[in-house]
Write a protein that binds this ligand. Structure first.
Ligand code: HEC
Ligand code: HEC
Ligand code: HEC
Ligand code: HEC
Length: 480
């Protein structure tokens, strides 16, 4: 079974490579056929942890890599066969240090370690925030030496930096995030360290530069720009090569971009690529080993570097399948993240008022229906406007529903907030005119004046939620 799987992987990788060739430069083919075949080394199912670590083959040092975790410390959630997850990863790392204490090792992340799930209006979901905070915590507790910032990662990182506003309470891992092509829009200067240098290796340690590259993005956070990764590599790799003996590039880019970087930028020993593909065996192009990050952390990638007239590198992959035990310390973080998400989910899913089971009208309010008795004309107009149905769009967005949505979509009157079937509240008369119970009891002319109508709309119709908002044309639609 295992053999068949491997055969499929090898076959698929042939297909993959063929597609790269067709898309790109023909010289890749000539280049590669001259290279010796790179045998796939997967330490997997049926082996004990120390067996997966393998023997001390005299390597100078090792670099372990993961990526594309999308904010999850958890395993893949695969039924009956939970693979990956922070517990198993820590188990392997500890087994490695115990069995090969003489072989120094660095852990890196090829990018997309954070979650960037957004709601309709482009806000980061509350759940994403919680996931991310736990990943950052985990990356400090079991240090990741360099984390490549992808286009998705940069959004949350810059939000954290903006919220911190110079108070320096940021998680230390942010000092070890790298990118050579995410720059400030104002002056084009790097927004992160383009690379970090670590001195590592038994006997005679060498300097290793780890460079970060991200894919382009159509909507980088305000004030930032992502420039072409290939162009950035051309500039930064020679600089890194002057400062270090070994250059390793972490690149969150599509495979064809990775192939171009390896073919066109000399001086890279290993290019560790993350792009969410299930599993692609490594490729050698010219002097560069291109190693792909297995998806969802189900396998750990490991590069071993060997001394010689020129430092050489070999890749291997370690399956983090169900047979790998969860390290208790690592697993604590998995459980912590799970529980924090559950607590938050309960909080987000509660309507802001009431118990969520019946229509709740807060004290001082009468409810729109009550106004209809005396203001029929206004009521009929309102009842046929989108404001009367303002919670309808939420029904189609159950997965992103949070209590914060109700502030604008359901006003102050709520019914069973999380139910698809029952009607929710809406932007009722009193949202704009103010609590009306007293006015209903004793009507008088002084009630309900709206001083500045435009700013009363603006609390809900913001640039984010209502980009096409125009006061006079919008008012004309709801005038009553
Ligand atoms: C029992 C009848 C009655 C009910 C119920 C009632 N109103 Fe009135 N409302 C009046 C009367 C009467 C006036 C004063 C009209 C006048 O003197 O021109 C008024 C005035 C107003 C005004 C000010 C209009 C202006 O000319 O400036 C607003 C706004 C208003 N009502 C909104 C509401 C809202 C919202 C509700 C429901 C919460 C409501 N009313 C319920 C009878 C009622
Ligand atoms: C700050 C106020 C505000 C908040 C908070 C808010 N919305 Fe909205 N939403 C609006 C407004 C205003 C519109 C109408 C925009 C327009 O038509 O110009 C709208 C429109 C929508 C629409 C229909 C238009 C579309 O883009 O498909 C959906 C769906 C929606 N919102 C979902 C949500 C969800 C889900 C949440 C919570 C995660 C949420 N909204 C939170 C104000 C808000
Ligand atoms: C989105 C906000 C909004 C909602 C919801 C809303 N109104 Fe108004 N209403 C206004 C504005 C704005 C005006 C006109 C400007 C002003 O009066 O300052 C107005 C004017 C009125 C007037 C005075 C009309 C006149 O001839 O001067 C009445 C009465 C009124 N609304 C009743 C209602 C009732 C009843 C409902 C619910 C059925 C309702 N409104 C819902 C914003 C709203
Ligand atoms: C409490 C929040 C809130 C306030 C205040 C508010 N709106 Fe809205 N408005 C909404 C939401 C939510 C929607 C989207 C409803 C839907 O898509 O079903 C909406 C939709 C609309 C629409 C329909 C837009 C479309 O493209 O169909 C118009 C027009 C509108 N609002 C005008 C106004 C005006 C004018 C004001 C101020 C006088 C105002 N609104 C105040 C929440 C609000």
């Amino acid at each position: 079974m295992r053999f068949i799987k491997l055969a499929i992987i090898v076959f698929m990788s042939g297909l993959f490579f063929f597609s790269v060739l067709r898309g790109g430069d023909r010289t890749f083919a000539q280049e590669n056929s001259a290279q010796e075949k790179n045998a796939l080394d997967v330490a997997g199912f049926g082996l004990s942890l120390p067996e997966r670590v393998g023997a001390d083959d005299g390597a100078l040092f090792a670099i372990q890599f993961l990526g594309d975790l999308h904010g999850s410390l958890d395993n893949c959630g695969c039924k009956g066969r939970p693979a990956g997850g922070f517990g198993k990863r820590v188990s392997y790392q500890k087994a490695f240090k115990e069995k090969l204490p003489a072989m120094p090792v660095l852990m890196v992340d090829s990018g997309e370690f954070l979650n960037d799930d957004r709601s309709t209006h482009g806000e980061l979901k509350g759940d994403a925030r919680i996931k991310n905070d736990w990943v950052l915590k985990a990356y400090d507790k079991f240090p990741v030496e360099a984390a490549n910032v992808s286009a998705a990662d940069v959004a949350y990182i810059s939000q954290l930096i903006a919220e911190d506003s110079g108070k320096s309470n940021l998680p230390p891992i942010l000092q070890r995030t790298i990118s050579a092509n995410i720059v400030k829009a104002s002056d084009g200067r790097p927004a992160f360290k383009p690379f970090v240098i670590r001195t590592i290796g038994r006997g005679k340690p060498v300097k290793v530069a780890i460079v970060g590259l991200s894919e382009l993005s159509t909507r980088p956070p305000a004030g930032l720009k992502i420039v072409d990764p290939l162009e950035a590599a051309r500039l930064v790799v020679p600089e890194a090569a002057r400062a270090a003996e070994v250059v390793v590039v972490l690149a969150h880019v599509k495979s064809d971009v990775a192939a171009r970087i390896a073919a066109e930028v000399p001086g890279i020993s290993a290019l560790i690529v993350g792009n969410g593909e299930l599993f692609t065996p490594s490729i050698r192009l010219k002097d560069t080993l291109i190693a792909f990050t297995p998806s969802e952390g189900r396998m750990m990638g490991e590069l071993r570097f060997y001394a010689g007239s020129k430092i050489s590198v070999k890749d291997r992959f370690i399956s983090l399948d169900g047979q790998v035990p969860d390290d208790p310390e690592g697993y604590e973080l998995v459980v912590g993240q799970r529980e924090a998400r559950k607590v938050a989910y309960d909080r987000f899913s509660k309507p802001p008022t009431g118990d969520g089971t019946k229509l709740t009208i807060p004290a001082g309010y009468a409810g729109s229906q009550n106004c209809s008795k005396c203001h029929v004309g206004q009521y009929v107009k309102w009842a046929n406007s989108d404001h009367a149905l303002s919670s309808n769009p939420l029904a189609t967005r159950q997965t992103e529903l949070e209590s914060s949505c109700f502030v604008c979509h359901a006003g102050v009157v709520h019914s069973d907030a999380m139910s698809r079937e029952k009607p929710l509240g809406n932007v009722g008369c009193e949202i704009c005119h103010g609590p009306g119970a007293a006015h209903v009891a004793a009507p008088d002319k002084s009630y309900g004046r709206i001083g500045d109508a435009e700013s009363s709309c603006a609390r809900c119709h913001t640039a984010k939620t209502s980009p096409k908002f125009n006061f006079s044309s919008y008012l004309a639609q709801v005038k009553h």
